[in-house]
Design a protein. Structure first.
Lengths: 317, 295
């Protein structure tokens, strides 16, 4: 078991190095001079060279990569070209906002996904199953940014119940768990929860159907166990996989929140990424993507480890 | 007790040739009503993409400042008009071409490139396999939406860049499926037999590997089309894909976003088209997969 855990953690090191390389390459993939965004068109040759040295663009690529990684390891992701603030500060504020939204959305999605999945798996091929399966197909098919727009149209523009955009009176920095803030979170969180809901429902349905078909369930029933007793066993067997799917979905939401955050003007990483792209703020773009991708890699490891602790068969295979 | 066991007499007339695997998959698919519904929707969308300019009742680019943002049901504009007074019905119909092109092309490209990479890795095995698959793992470490937006954000807006970044996003998952199926097929007895009878690597891949591998990859790839449609329109929605004034559903949704307080239901229409397309492709691939699983 320990060997498996160690192997799993060590295996992520080359992946992390690769991820860093891809993030670094992004900036150099970009056409044009990265300094164009901040330089006035009539900038003197001297000023251009000064800035190039300041941002390190005058050195060779391997040299730049090594020093970028070295500084990133110490928590320094450079300076945003547009705002002139440290990238690390900007990204961390945004990550906290995105994480808050994504965790709430994942929990909502997980709860309803499990509910639909269990019901559908228990009553296979009944109308409940068809309804739940239809809902999960709709959940994975809906363009979530459009769903966000529709929710804004219904609940903000027409009914005027909930605010359409923003993160509440605290802005991007000060979040408090009160209604004034939470009401700003409801629409984006519901929008975001639809994707994990569909995927969790599909997975749980298949899991429950598979478990119910196994012999031990027949044995439990023959033993005279009540419906609830059997249900407990099904939950216990389905939990590791369902939790793993939930963990991965959290990661996908963190990375995929950009479209929803744009619709709701939620001050998270997606919003930051969007402005970094349109202001051609390459250090900020690079830093945000690096942090999100690293988070995703770490989350993957954590999910694998938790899953193997819950279900030791995985580590042995 | 007779010592001679007479073998069962061979049937005088050879029985009708049993159906091959793909024929039976086809028969099962044809019996599935969901398949018929999904396939008809997809065909209708494809017809719109091909014949759009001839079906559309009005010129999708003709703007009129006098009839901006008319509601659904306006005379002459059954689905209303957009923020520049262009007929929305016509734009939705003509927009099918670019929207489907943007959604389907990356999957086709990734299908070709990803299958080639995966089959190479799976067939070669050893060091080649390790180095290819570990590189693929790095791209797997990015959530797909993030990778698509990061790539096209770095490359800049435009149809070509959006197609390129979506293709890069879909190569790793397809290559993974191709690699795992090829590895299974490679160790089968018939491949061994072909090698023993002197077939070269190229012949084995062409006859034995491709024939068995392309089917599963194809079905997997169809399930990616729905994702690709949503992502491609999403890129245009962010302003990273198609540029105005081309009619494309994601871009239309983006430009109509400002109108949600004026004509909310007109503004939501382009998203309905994306939704319908993605449901149809999801159902189509579900029904294909169900027919193939049922051995």
């Amino acid at each position: 078991m320990l060997a498996y855990l160690l192997r799993r953690v060590l295996y992520t090191l080359p992946i992390m190095a690769g991820v860093a390389l891809v993030c670094f390459a992004l900036v150099h993939l970009a056409p044009g001079d990265p300094l164009v965004a901040i330089l006035p068109p009539d900038a003197s040759e001297d000023l251009q060279n000064q800035l190039r040295t300041l941002y390190g663009f005058d050195r060779s690529l391997p040299e730049q990569f090594v020093s970028w990684v070295w500084r990133a390891l110490q928590g320094d992701l450079g300076t945003s070209i547009a705002s002139n603030r440290p990238v690390t500060t900007e990204v961390m504020t945004a990550v906290v906002n995105t994480l808050r939204l994504a965790v709430v959305a994942t929990l909502i999605g997980f709860f309803f996904g499990c509910l639909f999945g269990f019901v559908a798996g228990y009553f296979r091929n009944s109308w409940v199953d068809r309804g739940a399966s239809l809902l999960s197909v709709l959940g994975v098919s809906v363009p979530h940014y459009w769903l966000g727009m529709v929710l804004v149209i219904i609940f903000a523009a027409q009914l005027n119940w909930l605010p359409a955009t923003g993160a509440g009176p605290g802005g991007s920095g000060d979040w408090v768990w009160n209604w004034e803030h939470v009401k700003h979170m409801l629409l984006p969180a519901i929008t975001m929860s639809v994707i994990p809901m569909g995927i969790v429902a599909r997975t749980v349905r298949a899991l429950v159907a598979e478990i119910l078909a196994q012999e031990f369930v027949v044995g439990l029933r023959a033993k005279g166990l009540t419906h609830f007793g059997v249900f407990r066993h099904v939950v216990k067997n389905a939990a590791p996989t369902a939790l793993a799917v939930m963990g991965l979905q959290l990661g996908y939401l963190l990375g995929g929140s950009i479209l929803i955050e744009t619709v709701f003007a939620w001050p998270g990483t997606g919003f930051l990424l969007n402005s970094a792209i349109f202001q051609r703020d390459l250090p900020l773009l690079q830093g945000t993507i690096l942090v999100l991708a690293m988070f995703f890699v770490v989350l993957n490891v954590v999910v694998d480890i938790v899953q193997s602790l819950l279900d030791p068969r995985i580590a042995r295979s | 007790m007779s010592a001679v066991i007479t073998p069962a007499a061979p049937a005088a007339v050879p029985a009708a040739r049993s159906r091959g695997y793909w024929a039976s998959v086809g028969v099962r698919v044809m019996r599935d009503p969901v398949f018929w519904v999904a396939a008809s929707v997809v065909l209708a969308l494809l017809a719109m993409a091909v014949f759009g300019p001839w079906i559309a009742p009005a010129d999708p680019q003709a703007s009129s400042m006098l009839s901006r943002l008319k509601p659904i049901g306006t005379e002459g504009h059954p689905l209303g008009t957009d923020e520049l007074g262009r007929d929305l019905l016509s734009r939705l119909i003509v927009g099918a071409r670019l929207s489907l092109f943007m959604g389907i092309t990356p999957v086709i490209l990734a299908f070709v490139i990803g299958s080639a990479i995966g089959i190479l890795a799976g067939y070669a095995g050893g060091f080649v396999n390790t180095s290819i698959m570990r590189t693929i793992d790095v791209f797997y470490a990015f959530p797909s939406v993030l990778l698509a937006i990061a790539l096209s954000g770095a490359l800049g807006a435009g149809i070509g860049n959006a197609l390129l970044s979506l293709t890069i996003v879909f190569i790793p998952p397809i290559a993974r499926v191709a690699e795992s199926v090829t590895t299974q097929v490679r160790n089968r007895d018939y491949v061994e037999a072909a090698r023993a009878s002197g077939a070269g690597a190229f012949t084995i891949v062409r006859v034995h590997v491709l024939g068995n591998v392309l089917g599963p990859i194809f079905v997997y790839a169809t399930s990616l089309i729905a994702v690709s449609m949503i992502l491609a329109s999403g890129l245009s929605f962010l302003g990273l894909g198609v540029k105005p004034p081309e009619p494309e559903w994601g871009l239309m949704l983006n430009t109509l976003r400002t109108a949600i307080y004026v004509q909310p239901w007109v503004a939501a229409l382009p998203g309905v088209m994306i939704f319908i397309t993605s449901i149809a492709f999801n159902l189509l691939s579900d029904s294909l997969r169900a027919a193939m699983d049922n051995k």
